[in-house]
Design a protein around this ligand. Structure first.
Ligand code: SIN
Length: 370
Protein backbone atom coordinates (compact mmCIF):
# COMPACT_ATOMS: atom_id res chain seq x y z
CA UNK A 1 0.00 0.00 0.00
CA UNK A 2 1.20 3.52 -0.75
CA UNK A 3 0.36 6.66 1.20
CA UNK A 4 1.91 10.07 1.47
CA UNK A 5 1.66 10.02 5.26
CA UNK A 6 1.24 7.16 7.71
CA UNK A 7 0.15 8.21 11.23
CA UNK A 8 0.30 5.72 14.09
CA UNK A 9 -2.16 6.61 16.85
CA UNK A 10 -5.61 8.20 16.96
CA UNK A 11 -5.35 10.30 20.11
CA UNK A 12 -5.53 14.06 19.85
CA UNK A 13 -1.92 14.25 18.58
CA UNK A 14 -2.56 11.90 15.64
CA UNK A 15 -5.98 13.24 14.64
CA UNK A 16 -5.02 16.92 14.93
CA UNK A 17 -1.86 16.32 12.88
CA UNK A 18 -3.96 14.72 10.13
CA UNK A 19 -6.37 17.67 10.11
CA UNK A 20 -3.49 20.13 9.81
CA UNK A 21 -2.06 18.50 6.68
CA UNK A 22 -3.08 19.51 3.13
CA UNK A 23 -6.23 18.01 1.64
CA UNK A 24 -4.41 16.66 -1.43
CA UNK A 25 -2.17 14.41 0.70
CA UNK A 26 -3.21 10.75 1.08
CA UNK A 27 -3.11 9.85 4.75
CA UNK A 28 -3.57 6.55 6.60
CA UNK A 29 -4.14 6.72 10.38
CA UNK A 30 -4.10 3.52 12.38
CA UNK A 31 -4.71 2.47 15.96
CA UNK A 32 -4.07 -0.94 17.46
CA UNK A 33 -7.41 -0.93 19.32
CA UNK A 34 -10.54 1.18 18.93
CA UNK A 35 -10.41 4.92 18.25
CA UNK A 36 -11.48 5.80 21.76
CA UNK A 37 -8.96 3.56 23.55
CA UNK A 38 -6.54 6.40 24.10
CA UNK A 39 -5.43 8.60 26.97
CA UNK A 40 -6.68 11.72 25.23
CA UNK A 41 -10.22 10.38 25.54
CA UNK A 42 -9.81 10.15 29.33
CA UNK A 43 -8.46 13.68 29.80
CA UNK A 44 -10.68 15.50 32.26
CA UNK A 45 -9.26 18.87 33.36
CA UNK A 46 -8.85 20.76 30.11
CA UNK A 47 -6.37 22.51 27.84
CA UNK A 48 -4.13 25.34 29.00
CA UNK A 49 -3.88 28.48 26.96
CA UNK A 50 -2.26 31.84 27.29
CA UNK A 51 -4.90 34.45 28.08
CA UNK A 52 -3.26 36.98 25.77
CA UNK A 53 0.06 38.77 25.28
CA UNK A 54 0.10 39.94 28.94
CA UNK A 55 -0.05 36.32 30.16
CA UNK A 56 2.66 34.80 27.97
CA UNK A 57 5.51 35.53 30.36
CA UNK A 58 3.56 34.22 33.38
CA UNK A 59 2.56 31.09 31.50
CA UNK A 60 6.15 30.46 30.33
CA UNK A 61 7.37 30.92 33.93
CA UNK A 62 4.69 28.58 35.33
CA UNK A 63 5.66 25.88 32.80
CA UNK A 64 9.38 26.26 33.53
CA UNK A 65 8.91 26.30 37.30
CA UNK A 66 6.70 23.17 37.26
CA UNK A 67 9.30 21.48 35.01
CA UNK A 68 12.02 22.32 37.55
CA UNK A 69 13.76 24.36 34.82
CA UNK A 70 14.79 21.19 32.98
CA UNK A 71 12.54 22.39 30.12
CA UNK A 72 13.71 23.39 26.66
CA UNK A 73 12.89 27.10 26.76
CA UNK A 74 12.41 27.45 22.99
CA UNK A 75 9.84 24.64 23.05
CA UNK A 76 8.03 26.31 25.96
CA UNK A 77 7.89 29.66 24.15
CA UNK A 78 6.58 28.00 20.99
CA UNK A 79 3.89 26.15 22.95
CA UNK A 80 2.70 29.25 24.78
CA UNK A 81 2.78 31.59 21.78
CA UNK A 82 0.77 29.15 19.65
CA UNK A 83 -1.77 28.30 22.32
CA UNK A 84 -4.59 30.77 21.58
CA UNK A 85 -4.53 30.11 17.82
CA UNK A 86 -4.90 26.40 18.41
CA UNK A 87 -7.73 26.77 20.91
CA UNK A 88 -9.48 28.99 18.34
CA UNK A 89 -8.89 26.36 15.70
CA UNK A 90 -10.46 23.69 17.93
CA UNK A 91 -13.44 26.00 18.47
CA UNK A 92 -13.74 26.44 14.68
CA UNK A 93 -13.67 22.66 14.22
CA UNK A 94 -16.52 22.46 16.75
CA UNK A 95 -15.18 21.70 20.25
CA UNK A 96 -17.91 22.99 22.62
CA UNK A 97 -15.74 24.50 25.37
CA UNK A 98 -17.69 25.65 28.45
CA UNK A 99 -18.65 29.31 28.49
CA UNK A 100 -20.04 31.93 30.86
CA UNK A 101 -22.50 33.69 28.57
CA UNK A 102 -20.40 34.17 25.42
CA UNK A 103 -16.96 34.13 27.10
CA UNK A 104 -14.80 31.02 27.55
CA UNK A 105 -14.84 29.73 31.13
CA UNK A 106 -11.33 29.11 32.49
CA UNK A 107 -10.36 26.88 35.38
CA UNK A 108 -7.13 26.54 37.30
CA UNK A 109 -4.87 23.59 38.17
CA UNK A 110 -1.67 23.07 40.16
CA UNK A 111 1.26 25.30 39.26
CA UNK A 112 -0.80 27.83 37.25
CA UNK A 113 -0.68 31.42 38.45
CA UNK A 114 -3.85 32.22 36.43
CA UNK A 115 -7.19 30.64 35.58
CA UNK A 116 -6.21 29.70 32.01
CA UNK A 117 -7.57 26.21 31.32
CA UNK A 118 -10.46 25.78 28.89
CA UNK A 119 -12.59 22.71 29.39
CA UNK A 120 -15.75 20.81 28.53
CA UNK A 121 -17.11 20.00 32.01
CA UNK A 122 -14.88 17.17 33.31
CA UNK A 123 -14.65 15.27 30.01
CA UNK A 124 -12.58 17.62 27.87
CA UNK A 125 -10.64 14.87 26.10
CA UNK A 126 -13.79 13.00 25.11
CA UNK A 127 -15.31 16.18 23.63
CA UNK A 128 -12.13 16.97 21.66
CA UNK A 129 -11.70 13.40 20.37
CA UNK A 130 -15.36 13.13 19.34
CA UNK A 131 -15.10 16.42 17.46
CA UNK A 132 -11.78 15.63 15.77
CA UNK A 133 -12.87 12.10 14.81
CA UNK A 134 -15.97 13.51 13.14
CA UNK A 135 -13.90 16.09 11.26
CA UNK A 136 -11.32 13.51 10.18
CA UNK A 137 -14.03 11.06 9.04
CA UNK A 138 -15.39 13.70 6.64
CA UNK A 139 -12.05 14.04 4.82
CA UNK A 140 -11.90 11.98 1.65
CA UNK A 141 -8.07 12.00 1.68
CA UNK A 142 -7.85 10.35 5.13
CA UNK A 143 -8.30 6.62 5.76
CA UNK A 144 -8.84 5.52 9.38
CA UNK A 145 -8.11 1.96 10.51
CA UNK A 146 -8.83 0.36 13.89
CA UNK A 147 -7.33 -2.93 15.20
CA UNK A 148 -4.19 -2.32 13.16
CA UNK A 149 -0.83 -2.62 14.89
CA UNK A 150 2.54 -1.17 13.93
CA UNK A 151 5.01 -4.06 14.06
CA UNK A 152 8.04 -2.22 12.74
CA UNK A 153 9.26 0.76 10.78
CA UNK A 154 10.86 0.38 7.37
CA UNK A 155 14.18 2.20 7.73
CA UNK A 156 17.15 2.13 5.37
CA UNK A 157 20.24 4.31 5.76
CA UNK A 158 18.46 6.26 8.50
CA UNK A 159 15.55 7.19 6.19
CA UNK A 160 12.06 6.00 7.11
CA UNK A 161 10.00 4.62 4.20
CA UNK A 162 6.87 3.52 6.09
CA UNK A 163 5.76 0.79 8.43
CA UNK A 164 4.94 -2.89 8.70
CA UNK A 165 1.37 -3.34 9.97
CA UNK A 166 -0.68 -6.23 11.26
CA UNK A 167 -4.43 -6.39 10.68
CA UNK A 168 -6.61 -9.48 11.14
CA UNK A 169 -3.53 -11.73 11.27
CA UNK A 170 -2.28 -10.42 7.92
CA UNK A 171 0.92 -8.44 7.54
CA UNK A 172 1.04 -5.38 5.27
CA UNK A 173 3.89 -3.10 4.32
CA UNK A 174 2.83 0.52 3.92
CA UNK A 175 5.16 2.71 1.89
CA UNK A 176 4.84 6.31 2.99
CA UNK A 177 6.81 9.45 2.24
CA UNK A 178 6.43 10.51 5.87
CA UNK A 179 5.62 8.51 9.00
CA UNK A 180 4.34 10.08 12.22
CA UNK A 181 4.44 8.32 15.59
CA UNK A 182 1.57 9.46 17.83
CA UNK A 183 1.36 6.40 20.04
CA UNK A 184 1.14 8.06 23.47
CA UNK A 185 2.94 7.11 26.66
CA UNK A 186 3.76 4.01 28.65
CA UNK A 187 1.16 3.99 31.46
CA UNK A 188 -0.19 0.55 30.56
CA UNK A 189 2.91 -1.08 32.04
CA UNK A 190 2.22 0.18 35.59
CA UNK A 191 0.15 -1.52 38.30
CA UNK A 192 -1.35 1.74 39.38
CA UNK A 193 -2.00 4.31 36.66
CA UNK A 194 -4.54 6.72 35.18
CA UNK A 195 -3.68 5.49 31.66
CA UNK A 196 -5.45 3.03 29.39
CA UNK A 197 -3.95 -0.45 29.48
CA UNK A 198 -2.93 -0.48 25.80
CA UNK A 199 -0.28 2.22 26.21
CA UNK A 200 2.78 0.04 26.29
CA UNK A 201 5.41 2.21 24.62
CA UNK A 202 5.29 0.29 21.33
CA UNK A 203 6.81 3.09 19.25
CA UNK A 204 9.55 3.62 21.84
CA UNK A 205 10.43 -0.03 21.62
CA UNK A 206 10.68 0.14 17.84
CA UNK A 207 12.65 3.39 18.07
CA UNK A 208 15.18 1.76 20.43
CA UNK A 209 15.59 -1.15 18.02
CA UNK A 210 16.50 1.30 15.22
CA UNK A 211 18.75 3.49 17.39
CA UNK A 212 16.42 6.47 17.02
CA UNK A 213 17.24 9.07 19.69
CA UNK A 214 15.22 8.97 22.93
CA UNK A 215 15.24 11.71 25.57
CA UNK A 216 14.31 12.29 29.25
CA UNK A 217 12.85 8.80 29.92
CA UNK A 218 13.80 9.14 33.60
CA UNK A 219 11.10 11.80 34.06
CA UNK A 220 7.83 10.09 34.99
CA UNK A 221 4.91 11.92 36.55
CA UNK A 222 2.60 10.74 39.31
CA UNK A 223 -0.84 12.33 39.47
CA UNK A 224 -1.51 13.25 43.12
CA UNK A 225 -5.25 12.64 43.25
CA UNK A 226 -6.20 9.18 42.02
CA UNK A 227 -9.02 7.39 43.85
CA UNK A 228 -7.58 4.80 46.25
CA UNK A 229 -9.02 1.46 45.17
CA UNK A 230 -6.73 -1.32 46.46
CA UNK A 231 -8.59 -4.04 44.57
CA UNK A 232 -8.30 -2.36 41.18
CA UNK A 233 -5.11 -3.20 39.26
CA UNK A 234 -3.93 -1.06 36.36
CA UNK A 235 -6.15 1.89 35.39
CA UNK A 236 -7.73 3.70 38.32
CA UNK A 237 -10.12 6.64 38.53
CA UNK A 238 -8.38 9.99 38.07
CA UNK A 239 -9.84 12.77 40.18
CA UNK A 240 -9.05 15.78 38.03
CA UNK A 241 -6.79 18.49 39.32
CA UNK A 242 -9.54 20.93 38.28
CA UNK A 243 -11.49 19.66 41.33
CA UNK A 244 -8.82 21.46 43.37
CA UNK A 245 -8.86 24.39 40.95
CA UNK A 246 -12.53 24.86 41.79
CA UNK A 247 -12.04 24.66 45.59
CA UNK A 248 -11.16 21.10 46.64
CA UNK A 249 -8.35 20.56 49.14
CA UNK A 250 -6.12 17.67 50.18
CA UNK A 251 -6.27 16.68 53.86
CA UNK A 252 -4.77 13.95 56.02
CA UNK A 253 -6.58 11.48 58.29
CA UNK A 254 -6.99 14.20 60.94
CA UNK A 255 -8.66 16.37 58.30
CA UNK A 256 -5.66 18.73 58.39
CA UNK A 257 -4.28 20.40 55.28
CA UNK A 258 -0.59 19.43 55.03
CA UNK A 259 0.18 20.84 51.57
CA UNK A 260 -1.00 23.70 49.36
CA UNK A 261 -3.20 21.68 46.98
CA UNK A 262 -2.36 23.87 43.97
CA UNK A 263 1.40 23.44 43.86
CA UNK A 264 2.91 21.53 40.89
CA UNK A 265 2.16 17.81 40.74
CA UNK A 266 5.57 16.48 41.74
CA UNK A 267 5.54 18.59 44.91
CA UNK A 268 1.99 17.59 45.86
CA UNK A 269 2.58 13.89 45.10
CA UNK A 270 5.77 13.89 47.20
CA UNK A 271 3.97 15.51 50.13
CA UNK A 272 1.18 12.92 49.89
CA UNK A 273 3.63 10.00 49.73
CA UNK A 274 5.42 11.40 52.76
CA UNK A 275 2.13 11.70 54.67
CA UNK A 276 1.06 8.19 53.62
CA UNK A 277 4.37 6.75 54.86
CA UNK A 278 3.26 7.66 58.39
CA UNK A 279 0.31 5.23 58.23
CA UNK A 280 1.39 2.27 56.07
CA UNK A 281 -1.70 0.31 57.12
CA UNK A 282 -3.88 3.00 55.49
CA UNK A 283 -1.92 4.14 52.41
CA UNK A 284 -4.07 7.11 51.39
CA UNK A 285 -5.06 10.66 52.28
CA UNK A 286 -8.23 12.50 51.24
CA UNK A 287 -9.53 14.91 48.65
CA UNK A 288 -12.12 17.08 50.37
CA UNK A 289 -14.77 18.57 48.05
CA UNK A 290 -17.34 19.14 50.78
CA UNK A 291 -17.05 22.94 50.74
CA UNK A 292 -18.80 22.88 47.34
CA UNK A 293 -22.53 22.41 46.87
CA UNK A 294 -24.04 19.29 45.35
CA UNK A 295 -25.63 21.36 42.56
CA UNK A 296 -22.31 22.94 41.64
CA UNK A 297 -20.49 19.59 41.69
CA UNK A 298 -23.11 17.78 39.60
CA UNK A 299 -23.18 20.56 37.05
CA UNK A 300 -19.42 21.19 36.81
CA UNK A 301 -18.17 17.60 37.31
CA UNK A 302 -21.03 15.33 36.16
CA UNK A 303 -18.75 12.46 35.15
CA UNK A 304 -16.73 12.41 38.36
CA UNK A 305 -19.75 12.96 40.59
CA UNK A 306 -21.43 9.92 39.08
CA UNK A 307 -18.25 7.76 39.02
CA UNK A 308 -17.67 8.50 42.74
CA UNK A 309 -21.32 7.78 43.53
CA UNK A 310 -21.05 4.39 41.76
CA UNK A 311 -18.24 3.60 44.20
CA UNK A 312 -20.23 4.71 47.23
CA UNK A 313 -18.88 8.27 47.69
CA UNK A 314 -21.07 11.38 47.70
CA UNK A 315 -18.60 14.05 46.64
CA UNK A 316 -20.46 16.83 48.47
CA UNK A 317 -20.50 14.89 51.76
CA UNK A 318 -17.74 12.24 51.84
CA UNK A 319 -13.98 12.60 51.87
CA UNK A 320 -12.49 10.82 48.84
CA UNK A 321 -9.51 8.52 49.61
CA UNK A 322 -6.64 9.23 47.22
CA UNK A 323 -3.08 8.17 46.50
CA UNK A 324 -0.69 9.16 43.69
CA UNK A 325 -0.47 6.92 40.61
CA UNK A 326 1.51 6.97 37.36
CA UNK A 327 0.07 9.57 34.98
CA UNK A 328 2.48 10.86 32.35
CA UNK A 329 5.85 10.23 30.73
CA UNK A 330 7.71 13.48 30.09
CA UNK A 331 10.35 11.70 28.00
CA UNK A 332 9.97 10.03 24.64
CA UNK A 333 11.31 9.97 21.11
CA UNK A 334 13.54 13.00 20.80
CA UNK A 335 12.22 15.58 18.33
CA UNK A 336 13.06 19.11 17.27
CA UNK A 337 10.55 21.96 17.13
CA UNK A 338 9.21 20.61 13.82
CA UNK A 339 8.60 17.19 15.45
CA UNK A 340 11.44 15.66 13.39
CA UNK A 341 13.12 12.61 14.96
CA UNK A 342 16.76 11.66 14.40
CA UNK A 343 15.61 9.52 11.43
CA UNK A 344 14.75 11.26 8.18
CA UNK A 345 11.06 11.42 7.20
CA UNK A 346 10.05 10.11 10.62
CA UNK A 347 8.19 12.40 13.03
CA UNK A 348 6.82 11.98 16.56
CA UNK A 349 4.06 14.00 18.27
CA UNK A 350 2.25 14.10 21.60
CA UNK A 351 3.27 12.02 24.61
CA UNK A 352 5.28 9.60 22.45
CA UNK A 353 7.63 12.47 21.60
CA UNK A 354 9.96 14.62 23.65
CA UNK A 355 10.71 18.21 22.72
CA UNK A 356 11.79 18.88 26.31
CA UNK A 357 8.83 21.23 26.72
CA UNK A 358 7.71 19.66 30.01
CA UNK A 359 11.09 19.49 31.72
CA UNK A 360 11.07 16.97 34.55
CA UNK A 361 7.43 17.56 35.56
CA UNK A 362 4.65 18.60 33.17
CA UNK A 363 2.48 21.57 34.10
CA UNK A 364 -1.17 20.51 34.36
CA UNK A 365 -3.18 20.62 31.11
CA UNK A 366 -0.13 21.29 28.93
CA UNK A 367 -0.34 17.84 27.35
CA UNK A 368 -3.47 18.32 25.28
CA UNK A 369 -2.12 21.70 24.17
CA UNK A 370 1.15 20.10 23.09
C1 SIN B 1 -6.37 16.31 35.31
O1 SIN B 1 -7.51 16.58 34.93
O2 SIN B 1 -6.00 16.43 36.48
C2 SIN B 1 -5.38 15.79 34.31
C3 SIN B 1 -4.97 16.86 33.40
C4 SIN B 1 -3.52 16.69 32.96
O3 SIN B 1 -2.97 15.61 33.02
O4 SIN B 1 -2.91 17.72 32.61
Amino acid sequence: MNYDVLIIGTGIAGLYTALNLRDDIRILIITKNKFKDCNSYLAQGGISTSLGKFDEEYYINDTMKAGNYHNDISAVKLLVKNSINNINKLIDIGVPFDRNLDKLRYTREGGHSQFRIVHVKDETGKAVIDTLLEAVSKKSNITLAEDTTLLDLVINDNICHGGVLKYDNNIYTVNSKFTILATGGIGGIFNSTTNVEYLTGDALNIALKHNIDIKDMEYLQLHPTVLYEPNVKGKKLLLSESLRGEGGIIVNKNKEQFIDSLLPRDVVSSAILNEISKTPEKPYVYLDMTSLSKDFLINRFPYLYSECLKRGYKMDKDLLPIAPAHHYCMGGIKVDLHSRTSTENLYAVGEASCTGVHGSNRLASNSLLE
